[in-house]
Design a protein around this ligand. Structure first.
Ligand SMILES: [Zn+2]
Length: 336
């Protein structure tokens, strides 16, 4: 109830899937008909092309499969037009408890590259990759060399054994810190270059442009949030510890793993946490209209705003900046 992310129906979902399939078909058709050389590097010599040995790569673009939205956005930004990028977890479905479909297995079976967030987020992936039996698949772990956080912010959880489980590989929500997002983009860029060296120059140029935007986003966050140091907020999704650490905020996460329902215990925990910490704001998720939460915020005289974890949303690479700037605005208002 708390969470809109898990509520999509099968009908909606298959609708989205077939829409995506149609879109992809039309993209493929559009590319092969109108402009087969779109996106290739001008200085690319026939010799470089000859070094690409697999039939798949010779006939078409590198096929890259990504797991969920932020990783799709970053990969799409780096790949531009020179590789085909797909997403396994359709926006609107919950990544934390995602169950793979036969289509997912097929997508991985025919892919050249798989890009994941890592840090234990994509629990469905190990078996799905196994079932796909694709021995030539190159895997990119976008969180390579990122040091995960464990207990950086107070986490109020209701079940001890699940807390231990959840922390096996640290918190996975690194993409919500623009600085770590930059590291993810670098990892994706390097992985794509290794898998498809013919398009190195394009991957480098695209990544550089996106990284520049991430750097200016980081500056914007820094300049805005330094005015409200140590602003403490409560979330019901333990998604913002990296962002909080980066910009000197304090997240108190009141969550009951698997974080998709708000129980009376959670509400009581929130009340206790507000008393214990000097809390400025309560944050829910976009698209979530929870009466329990809004009456709680009224009782506590705290603002209730949506803070976007970007686990779902639009599939344009620029969506990352749009959603993060909206988050910044909400943080600024709430922390005043
Ligand atoms: Zn999450």
């Amino acid at each position: 109830m708390m969470n809109g992310r898990g509520l999509i129906t099968c009908r909606q979902r298959s609708g989205i899937l077939s829409m995506m399939a149609l879109l992809m078909l039309s993209m493929i058709a559009g590319c092969s008909q109108s402009n087969p050389n779109q996106g290739t590097i001008p200085e690319q010599s026939p010799q470089t092309q000859a070094t690409v040995s697999t039939p798949v790569a010779q006939l078409g673009k590198t096929k890259v499969v990504t797991t969920f939205l932020p990783i799709y956005l970053f990969t799409k930004a780096v790949a531009g037009n020179v590789a085909d990028v797909e997403i396994l977890v359709p926006p609107g479905t919950e990544v934390h408890e995602y169950q793979a479909t036969p289509e997912n297995v097929k997508a991985i079976a025919t892919a050249n590259v798989l890009v994941k967030n890592g840090l234990g987020l994509e629990e469905f992936l190990e078996n799905t990759v196994k079932n796909a039996e694709n021995t030539k698949l190159a895997e990119i772990d976008a969180s390579k060399d990122i040091k995960p956080l464990n207990e950086i912010s107070p986490i109020v959880k209701t079940r001890k054994e699940e807390e231990d489980h959840a922390h096996a590989q640290g918190n996975p929500h690194v993409w919500l810190d623009p600085v770590l997002a930059k590291q993810q983009v670098i990892n994706i860029r390097d992985g794509l270059i290794a898998a498809d060296p013919a398009n190195k120059a394009t991957y480098e140029a695209n990544a550089a442009a996106y990284i520049k935007e991430l750097e200016s986003l980081n500056n914007e966050f820094q300049q805005t949030l330094q005015k409200t140091p140590s602003c403490t907020f409560i979330t019901f999704h333990d998604a913002f510890p990296y962002l909080a650490k980066r910009y000197n905020l304090k997240q108190v996460a009141v969550v009951q793993i698997p974080e998709d329902q708000l129980s009376p215990t959670d509400v009581q925990n929130a009340v206790n946490a507000v008393r214990k910490y000097k809390v400025k704001a309560l944050f829910s998720e976009p698209g979530v209209d929870n009466k329990l939460l809004s009456s709680l915020s009224k009782d506590l005289k705290l603002t209730l705003h949506p803070l976007d974890s970007l686990e779902t949303g639009e599939t344009e690479p620029q969506h990352y900046f749009k959603a993060m700037k909206a988050n910044l605005q909400i943080l600024e208002t709430s922390c005043k």
